[in-house]
Design a binder for this molecule. Structure first.
Ligand SMILES: [Zn+2]
Length: 318
């Protein structure tokens, strides 16, 4: 696979800060070891947080940082049927998530519930990685309570990482759906951004789409750009990936080069697509005409990699 390198500054390494860099060892070999899990759970340094409906409690600290609200296991509302083992950090601390129907109340009212889109921006890499793992498992567990082979009930196993059918013995593993997300450039080094039919007015972002059965990820990039924007793409280069558990995607980011600037949007998924030079994009963002991708999304990182620096903000109007 071709790996993308920055053409405008070939000596500068491309760095992507994406979820999955938090230094957690998932220690998968412990997942089937009930004695080890029981000992790890009851260890005084073990930390537990609750995940519910994709939300967890977060708390702003006095030093300006934001943390997941975690507790020792003896304070946790334990039910074995909803316990996920997430891994071990560099200090040997073991982390578990408990999936509950609701988040626990807190008397101090300092903590608040947040989903990953908000929390992912605020949390440390470690906490963001733990929450992403837990939310991904929860999304999968929630929708795989029945065996896809025989239709009987499945039960949780491997500390949250398997569901096992008690009727036919089938083991079901968490599902991840690969999706291609790509920033397309042309011979003038302009970027192709599109807007989906249901997006808020002015929102433009990279094109994206799911990989189909029997298809390589590179072929999916070419196909999606052709389908959504009618643009022919030649060179395709991989940049980096991002887990996106909404509900179960893995976004695989690419830079792609158009062989022709001609645009013909499908009008179905994408209602408009435009080429932007850096100056045009800056002006469009500053005037509020364009709302670029933001937050933790790999779309924002891809656009910034092309733009060469963090994207500007809208200027105050008036
Ligand atoms: Zn079955």
């Amino acid at each position: 696979m071709t790996i993308w390198t920055d053409r405008t500054a070939a000596t500068r390494p491309v760095t992507l800060t994406l979820a999955g860099t938090g230094g957690i060892d998932r220690a998968a070999h412990h997942r089937m070891d009930e004695a080890w899990l029981a000992a790890a759970w009851s260890h005084p340094t073990t930390r537990v947080f609750v995940v519910s409906g994709g939300q967890a409690l977060i708390e702003d600290k006095e030093d300006g940082s934001t943390e997941l609200v975690m507790m020792p296991s003896f304070d946790a509302p334990f039910t074995e049927a909803h316990r996920y083992f997430l891994g071990i950090d560099g200090d040997g601390v073991r982390y578990f998530a408990l999936q509950k129907d609701s988040l626990p109340g807190r008397m101090d009212a300092v903590a608040r519930s947040a989903g990953l889109r908000e929390a992912g921006v605020l949390l440390s890499d470690r906490d963001a990685e733990l929450m992403t793992h837990a939310v991904g498992l929860e999304n999968w567990q929630r929708t795989h309570r029945f065996c896809s082979r025989c239709g009987e009930r499945t039960v949780i196993a491997a500390a949250g990482h398997i569901r096992r059918c008690q009727a036919c013995g089938a083991e079901h593993y968490p599902r991840t759906d690969p999706a291609a997300i790509m920033l397309v450039t042309d011979d003038k080094d302009r970027a192709l951004l599109g807007r989906q039919v249901h997006w808020p007015e002015g929102r433009f972002s990279t094109l994206a789409g799911f990989v189909e059965p029997g298809e390589s990820i590179e072929a999916a990039v070419v196909r999606e750009v052709a389908e959504e924007a009618g643009v022919a793409v030649g060179e395709v280069a991989y940049v980096g990936s991002q887990p996106w558990p909404f509900p179960s995607s893995l976004m695989l980011g690419f830079m792609a080069h158009a062989t022709s600037p001609d645009i013909q949007v499908d009008g179905d998924e994408i209602e408009e697509a435009r080429w932007f030079s850096r100056d045009e994009l800056r002006t469009a963002i500053e005037t509020g005409e364009v709302l670029p991708p933001s937050g933790i999304s790999i779309a924002a990182r891809l656009v910034e990699l092309w733009y060469g620096e963090p994207l500007p903000r809208p200027l105050p109007q008036g």
